[in-house]
Design a protein around this ligand. Structure first.
Ligand SMILES: Cc1ncc(COP(=O)(O)O)c(C=O)c1O
Length: 458
């Protein structure tokens, strides 16, 4: 009965949108088709299952409330309380965590919430430099984390690996209250245990931001930080294949005392999410998180995480074999970082030329980069979505070859402009289309041939 109401609701919504707002309907339709018909290799992205997406568009979104299950500031919460409890239990089960907060609106908010639950303005934090692969929220001056706190950055060794010795030296010198580990563009395993030892030596708290590798952690393909870090944060839309949003998790330290407070760390964190940093929870998104968190504990997802790692290693090896400069010489996760300037193009030219050929990547600054963030010398590739499609190590030489066909054919005209021969575009797009047909997005409607024509016409 309920299912019937839900499906009727979705169909009616789409009919009303098509009849009453054709402009928006067409844009949404084209975006769905674009995703089915391109090879998405943006490391910070994935593809949510239709059963995840549909949770976002249910009437749960109409529920306004504040607070937590069982302690709300509004009535009418009996069912959303069950939904939020389900999401919490699934988050704890997926990560073997003792505490989970599913309300953060994003990975960035999750990091800020942890910081504000522990620190006062002017306190010192230590995180990986933005240019070395850290995230804006780990202390960059462009973000609140670098403006409200005294942020110190550690970097990489000349080979491109996290410089743990430098991090330890900087921790001794600056005595940070919080150390942040985790990264946006780092292709190697992170040693959370080592970071905890550094933190313990100087009496700092440790925050592990696993936004990029959360799926590998759940699948057992990357060591878990849960009991090493005091706090673990993640976005839910990257490697958890879930909705836009964040999670905060805690392991064995959840009941340690919070600084300057009678509360435990978990209690202080709970208050920092609401009422300190956020207002009403996005309960439809929490429902979608619950769905995604159930999916990531399946045997199928474990296979996807294995395919991510073996596929990314094969992609790195193939690109290396074609003469590309792969940073650190390979990868342990889903990320392959390339210094494309060494192949004669800037990051932005690589990104735009590949997009013209239906391969979606992103430009990325790399350590010591002389180009600004909108140009860059690097290109970051990730294979979450390809692995979900079923594309593994066997398909990666072919993908590397497509990337190579584009990059070797580009004629740069300065740092942002370029020419790309039409015949290369057509040949690569045709091959991309073949891959998309052979490896369709699971559970997504399939009609690639018509979709290609539609997307181009529009
Ligand atoms: C390591 C890391 N943390 C946090 C974030 C921010 O996530 P969100 O987009 O959910 O705010 C990102 C985004 O790319 C990230 O790479």
């Amino acid at each position: 009965m309920d299912t019937t109401l839900l499906s009727e609701f979705a169909l009616r919504g789409i009919k009303l949108l098509r009849e009453n707002d054709r402009t928006l309907f067409d844009l949404l339709e084209r975006e769905s088709r674009r995703q089915s018909n391109t090879l998405a290799m943006v490391a910070a992205s994935s593809v949510a299952d239709p059963s995840v997406l549909v949770c976002e568009g249910t009437a749960v979104m109409n529920v306004t409330t504040e607070g937590y299950p069982g302690a709300r500031f509004h009535a009418g919460c009996e069912l959303v309380d069950e939904i939020e409890r389900l999401a919490i239990e699934r988050a704890k089960a997926a990560f073997s965590a003792r505490y989970a907060n599913v309300q953060p609106h994003s990975g960035s908010s999750a990091n800020e919430i942890v910081m504000f639950s522990l620190l006062r303005p002017g306190d010192t934090i230590l995180g990986l430099d933005l240019d070395c692969g850290g995230h804006l929220t780990h202390g960059s001056k462009a973000s609140i984390s670098g403006q409200f706190f005294r942020a110190i950055g550690y970097g990489l060794t000349p080979e491109g690996f996290i410089d743990y010795d430098q991090a330890a030296r900087l921790a001794e010198e600056h005595k940070p209250k919080l150390i942040v580990c985790g990264a946006s563009s780092y292709p190697r395993t992170i040693d959370f245990k080592k970071f905890r030892e550094i933190a313990d030596r100087v009496g700092a708290f440790l925050l592990a931001d696993i936004s990029h590798i959360a799926g590998l952690v759940v699948g057992g393909e990357h060591p878990s930080p849960i009991d090493h870090a005091h706090f673990t944060t993640t976005s839910t839309y990257k490697q958890l294949f879930g909705p836009r949003g964040g999670l905060i998790l805690m392991g064995k330290d959840h009941d340690q005392p919070a600084p300057n407070s009678k509360r435990t760390l978990a209690e202080a964190l709970q208050k920092a999410v609401f009422p300190f940093m956020q207002g009403t929870p996005h309960l439809n998104t929490i429902a979608a998180k619950a769905r995604a968190l159930d999916m990531v504990t399946s045997a199928e997802f474990k296979t996807v995480t294995q395919r991510i790692v073996t596929g990314a290693k094969a992609l790195a090896a193939s690109l290396s074999g074609l003469g590309y400069h792969v940073l650190t010489g390979g990868t342990d996760n889903h990320i392959v970082l390339i210094n494309v300037l060494k192949s004669g193009v800037t990051g932005v030219i690589a990104e735009r030329a590949l997009e013209e050929c239906d391969i979606i990547v992103n430009k990325n600054r790399i350590a010591g980069d002389q180009h600004p963030p909108l140009i860059t010398s690097g290109m970051r590739l990730g294979n979450n979505s390809l692995a979900l499609r079923g594309m593994g190590a066997a398909e990666m030489p072919g993908c590397a070859d497509l990337i190579h066909q584009v990059i070797k054919s580009v004629k740069p005209l300065g740092t942002t402009k370029y020419e790309l021969p039409e015949n290369v575009k057509l040949a690569v797009r045709a091959k991309v289309s073949e891959y998309c047909r052979a490896f369709p997005l699971p559970n997504y409607p399939e009609d690639c041939s018509e979709a290609q024509a539609f997307a181009r016409r529009a």
